[in-house]
Design a protein around this ligand. Sequence first.
Ligand SMILES: Nc1nc2[nH]c(O)nc2c(=O)[nH]1
Length: 332
Amino acid sequence: MGWNKLKCKSKELQLIGTLNGGQSFRWKLEEGTNEWLGIFSETVWKLRQNNEALEYKVIGSLLESKGKGTKSNKKTETDNELFKKRLEEYFRLDVNLGDYYKEWSEKDELFKSAGKQFYGIRMLCQEPVENLFSFICSQNNHISRISSMVEKLCTHYGEEICSHEDVTYYSFPTVDKLSPPEVEAELRELGFGYRAKFIQKSAAQIQEWGGEEWFRSLQDMKYKEAKTELMKLHGIGPKVADCICLMSLNHLEALPVDTHVYQIAAQNYLPHLRGKKSVTDKMYTEIGDHFRQLYGPMAGWAHTVLFCADLKKFQVQESSDKVVPKKRRKCT
Ligand SMILES: Nc1nc2[nH]c(O)nc2c(=O)[nH]1
């Protein structure tokens, strides 16, 4: 399969900030190229972009063999149409981001300044299972180590998709593969530490509550209700629950608050919160509500632009316009 094109201006989608900004952990920029290789929807993708289009190639996929459809599940869809739809959904290309950047910039000087360099940051529409277990791994962890744990989950518990240039690619595991009691010890052996227990126990809970269907019920709930349900899982606190609500359950008003978001809020908007040692539940709600009032029903997406701008790895060193890695930061 050669390169396919989806019309999309580069101002509407910035691949580096979107794919490498802490939302998803399975994308890699191939060395010496402008091509991204990543896996979602049981499919291995290559992506690149120019000023006018997002270009994509499918390297391998289980979707073809299983004949899965998109949300509309039409049998007449060709595989090509299916892949195109998956990609449009994943990047939420139906959202005209320029309009939102304009609105958020008019409301907020900090957003206006961040949005200039960090234009085209899209809120990915991820699969809840991958999103949930990736963010269990994210606790107290750096992006590179989270990526390595996610890959271990896939190689040990996922399904083989294809081999390409001597590398074998695997899908993200299903909940039933992560739920057996022996998984905890196996994951400890693989270096997951205390997260091993959270992964196995959460998988078992989800399995007991109806498996992947359970996630669909969370999408139909109001944001706060869905967050409360997620927090019943082992090892899921308010920040991880908000990441899941925002990134895969379509609750775009969800706003994860970590120490970095707290710093942004205290320094720029809520001075009475400055100098606190930790973020209490009351402060967490106050910060989220502040951003929701400021940016409106898609506040979580606006927050992601600020979050990305605050990531050390994207900060431009003085006297250089290159994006260079500085000190790594932890995700929680
Ligand atoms: N948009 C956000 N992305 C994240 N990644 C991560 O690890 N934490 C966050 C977050 O709070 N927001």
